[in-house]
Design a protein around this ligand. Structure first.
Ligand code: SF4
Length: 376
């Protein structure tokens, strides 16, 4: 395995799973939330230290998630401290008995500006069929109204699977009247409880869904972001590439940036980065390249998160496209995509294997090896 230094985003997105506890037991929970908090979860003091480290990293975005973060009685203090350190965390909440209008208002007073809700269907039947918990559809919409009433911006998370793949357009219609800032559409990685419960979609179905997302992006005011679907960038490029770029054998971001900086940035933001621009922190402080990849690159109690992100063996190896195997290793888009390493790991056991949800047939696969190396 190569461990050459490859460029990375200096300000990654950080997702921090504050706790693994949640009173719900959704069957599609990839993070495997459970009833009680782990006694080894970061203490309040350690959480403050984690915030200091995250602030030093100057992330372009911080998301606090669970489990249900409301299980932590120090959540308000943590948000307050994050704000004092110049961070503006988004908070993912679960529609549990802990979520009340008073709680939402108090968090807003603590400095929270953005709340995120999981919505996996446009009707109670579809949403609850995906999550396997009754009553959560109505509770989720009520929570969204409370958050909106408290002046918070909203984001919606949707996990795509076989049960709701035909429902994406209807979900977009449902959330349109809310003050939605962004819709995060997660593509499935079979880990945690979702390993048994989520109906996987195929690579061809994924390609079709990318087309649906394109249509929704074109007409909605809210942003749409694909999660664990870096090949959405490849899909969008293939659809939009003009004649000039069609002649480029091995595209680099510079090709697009010089051509149209705005659309290149928009395209970058349309899919969440892998190890070159994303960091996940577990409730115990383990630092990983994805919440869906159970491999720790270190623990922030012992090594700063910035050092782990910049130079740990795991992050460095994962962001080096030369390490990719199979179709991803031969792909002309591997420098801007690279596929979901979490999904490759979950479905094949090989961290660097082909992303099983990519339908592309790389043109570079037809080139002799020496031509590939020379980049000609
Ligand atoms: S083959 Fe791999 S690198 Fe190429 S577009 Fe598909 S997922 Fe991305």
């Amino acid at each position: 395995m190569r461990c050459a230094l490859t460029p990375y985003h200096p300000h990654p997105i950080v997702t921090w799973q504050l706790t693994g506890a949640c009173e719900l037991h959704c069957r599609n929970c990839a993070l495997g939330a459970r009833e009680h908090r782990d006694p080894n979860e970061l203490t309040t003091y350690e959480a403050y230290q984690a915030i200091d480290q995250i602030a030093d990293l100057a992330p372009r975005e911080l998301v606090i998630t669970g489990g249900d973060p409301l299980e932590r009685t120090d959540l308000g203090q943590i948000i307050d401290y994050a704000r004092r350190r110049g961070l503006d965390p988004g908070l993912v909440v679960s529609p549990t008995s802990r979520l009340t209008f008073d709680v939402v208002t108090r968090l807003q007073h603590n400095g929270l500006t953005r709340m995120m809700f999981a919505l996996d269907g446009s009707t109670p039947e579809i949403h609850q069929d995906v999550r396997g918990v009754m009553g959560t559809f109505v509770e989720t919409l009520r929570g969204m109204r409370w958050a909106e009433g408290a002046g918070l911006a909203l984001e919606v998370n949707t996990l795509v699977c076989g049960r709701n793949a035909a429902d994406l357009t209807a979900i977009a219609d449902l959330i349109r009247p809310f003050r939605i800032r962004r819709w995060n559409v997660h593509f499935p990685v079979p880990v945690g409880r979702s390993k048994r419960a989520v109906e996987m979609i195929t690579a061809d179905e994924t390609e079709r869904l990318f087309g649906v997302l394109d249509e929704i992006r074109a007409r909605e005011r809210f942003a749409v972001r694909a999660v664990e679907a870096l090949h959405y960038r490849r899909y969008s490029l293939q659809r939009n590439l003009d004649a000039r770029l069609r002649d480029v054998a091995r595209p680099q971001w510079s090709d697009f940036v010089s051509h149209d900086p705005e659309s290149a940035q928009e395209l970058l933001g349309a899919a969440v980065d892998g190890a070159s621009g994303y960091v996940f922190v577990s409730p115990l402080g383990d630092v990983r390249a994805s919440e869906f990849l159970p491999l720790s690159a270190g623990n922030l109690c012992y090594r700063p998160i910035g050092a782990i992100y910049r130079s740990s063996d795991l992050f460095v190896a994962m962001r080096d496209p030369q390490n990719l195997n199979g179709k991803c290793g031969r792909c002309e888009f591997r420098h801007i995509c690279g596929g979901s390493r979490a999904r490759a790991w979950a479905m094949t056991g090989d961290l660097f294997a082909t992303d099983p949800l990519c339908a592309d047939q790389p043109a570079a696969a037809t080139l002799p090896d020496r031509q590939m190396e020379a980049g000609t």
